[in-house]
Design a protein. Structure first.
Length: 264
């Protein structure tokens, strides 16, 4: 779940206001409470530009032919990627920390969908070597330390299996923060908060920014080989009315960075 915040995106019914920077890793009450705006977030995720015509098509393109493959969707949220992968013939299991988001997902996917409440930062409830692929769509940037999460995902992958991940693009993130006059240090790992409103529901979310080399170092330290680093364009079939002016005018830095990694 998640996306690179913009000040306002009418096409998705989302608005976001940047809060403070911090190196403190303690969790104040109510932070990242997706249960509090699960319905609003899920509705905005369905048809808006960022998810429906940019991030999700890019993840599916990188996944390629998934028919018959066992896939774990880490941080599956309300289940749109689970649904798309399942429609392409994959056997998909999803997990998320938010029970509220999984309630929305189950309504979409049916009672027989394999959905679990689990925290990416903790032990995963799956045996070693279970999955051909893991998808981690806009979820890693909620974590300060990627090491334990990546080790857990590596454990549940079959040898040679793929981790397909998207995260907030560190260059776009840095420029956004500079534009807000917050003087970010690109080489540092730090967190920032965003007051987010989607579909009339609000929550305060915290993201961890880190430089590109910190991402690639974490992947290789966890036993992954980097096969692809991608900055894809938006989907060509996006309705014109949903296309932000900066994208239409090509005055745009991609908001997300995509990786395909192989378990060594």
């Amino acid at each position: 779940m998640g996306r690179m915040p913009n000040d306002h995106d009418p096409s998705e019914g989302i608005s976001a206001r940047l809060g403070s920077f911090s190196a403190d890793s303690s969790d104040p009450p109510g932070l990242n409470d997706y249960d509090s705006f699960a319905e609003g977030y899920a509705a905005s995720n369905e048809t808006g530009f960022v998810h429906a015509y940019y991030e999700r098509p890019a993840m599916l393109a990188l996944a390629g032919d998934v028919a018959g493959r066992r896939i774990l969707d880490a941080g599956c949220g309300s289940g749109p990627l689970v649904a798309a992968l399942r429609d392409r013939g994959a056997i998909v299991t999803g997990f998320d920390k938010s029970a509220g988001m999984l309630e929305v997902a189950r309504r979409r996917l049916g009672d027989d969908a394999d959905l679990r409440v689990a925290d990416l930062a903790g032990p995963l409830p799956f045996p070693d070597g279970t999955f051909d692929d893991v998808t981690a769509s806009l979820v890693l940037h909620y974590l300060e330390d990627w090491g334990p999460a990546l080790a857990g995902l590596r454990r549940v992958l079959k040898p040679g299996g793929r981790l397909i991940a998207s995260v907030n693009h560190p260059f776009a993130e840095n420029l956004w923060h500079r534009g807000a006059r917050l003087k970010p240090d690109y080489l540092a790992t730090y967190n920032y908060t965003v007051e987010w409103t989607a579909g009339g529901q609000s929550a305060v979310l915290r993201f961890w920014a880190r430089p590109l080399h910190a991402m690639t170092d974490a992947f290789t330290a966890a036993g992954f080989r980097i096969a692809v680093i991608s900055e894809p364009p938006v989907a060509p079939d996006i309705p014109r009315e949903l296309l932000p002016p900066s994208v239409a005018d090509r005055q745009w830095i991609p908001g997300f960075l995509f990786f395909v990694l192989h378990a060594s």
